[in-house]
Design a protein around this ligand. Structure first.
Ligand code: FPP
Length: 249
């Protein structure tokens, strides 16, 4: 079926792909529909992406589903997004189980409506033993919020005498982020032609390859994901070293 899929080198897959799903509103507007129709249609793209990452053997997929800044949207849109989240989680948990996919979240999930929190908690618990891939939903998430929380946590440990400032290392900071224990994303994709990071995983994407797709999120399909992964595989990742050094590794 897919030529592109066969071009992907399974030995060189990004272990963790993070995606800023953007363009739902513009997609809906272009069709003369309400923004929420764009979000609803985005669920198909979520399904396609989760399925293809699992099929390929990607270990972690993180989706930016709702940012801290998204709380500033009209109440109607926020409520519709929350309902969509609840109904999607409820209907897709079975698929996650059938495909051995574990669900996790990052972000200030305590600020989500109770119904949402309950639905998520149930799905996270049910899927906790799954091992094929971890799907991470970033909900009420922003990187500055996450880093601020980590700083507070570390400061309180110092204040209580549990540790001293010498103990502050990059590893310690990583371990105080919501993503503790996850590999850093190696590939960050943003759809809709916008070239911004928008407060997403700022610490974790230090060495990620960035891929910007002009496709609006509801139109994002497996082929688009394969294109992004192929682009990732064609790049030389140097981590500050020279080309020659990287080739010797
Ligand atoms: C960005 O498009 C998209 C969002 C803020 C929400 C993403 C949500 C979904 C795809 C549906 C539910 C997801 C899950 C995981 C069940 P935008 O509204 O910013 O678009 P615009 O930039 O064109 O206005």
């Amino acid at each position: 079926m897919s030529e592109l899929k066969h071009e992907i080198n399974r030995e060189k897959l990004p272990k963790h792909i993070a995606i800023i799903m953007d363009g739902n509103g513009r997609w809906a507007k272009s069709k003369g529909k309400l923004r929420i129709f764009g979000h609803e249609s985005g669920v198909k793209a979520v399904r396609d992406t989760v399925e293809s990452c699992a099929e390929l053997g990607v270990s972690y997929l993180t989706l930016y589903a709702f940012s801290t800044e998204n709380w500033n949207r009209p109440a109607l849109e926020i409520n519709a997004l929350m309902s969509l989240l609840v109904s999607t989680i409820a209907s897709e948990t079975k698929t996650l189980m059938n495909n051995n996919i574990r669900l996790q979240t990052i972000g200030d999930t305590a600020s989500l409506p109770k119904k949402c929190r309950n639905e998520l908690a149930e799905a996270i618990q049910k899927t906790s033993g799954n091992t094929r891939m971890t799907l991470v939903l970033a909900l009420s998430y922003s990187s500055r919020w996450e880093i601020t929380e980590a700083v507070k946590h570390i400061a309180s440990k110092i204040q209580s005498g549990e540790m001293n400032t010498e103990g502050i290392t990059e590893e310690l900071i990583s371990n105080h982020l919501n993503t503790a224990g996850m590999p850093d994303p190696e590939l960050l994709i943003r759809t809709s032609g916008e070239h911004r990071i928008s407060n997403f995983l700022l610490w974790q994407i230090s060495y990620a390859e960035l891929y910007f797709s002009p496709v609006l999120w509801p139109d994002f399909r497996k082929e688009h994901l394969y294109e992004a992964i192929l682009s990732f595989q064609q790049r030389e990742r140097r981590f500050g070293m020279t080309s020659e050094q990287v080739k010797d590794v």
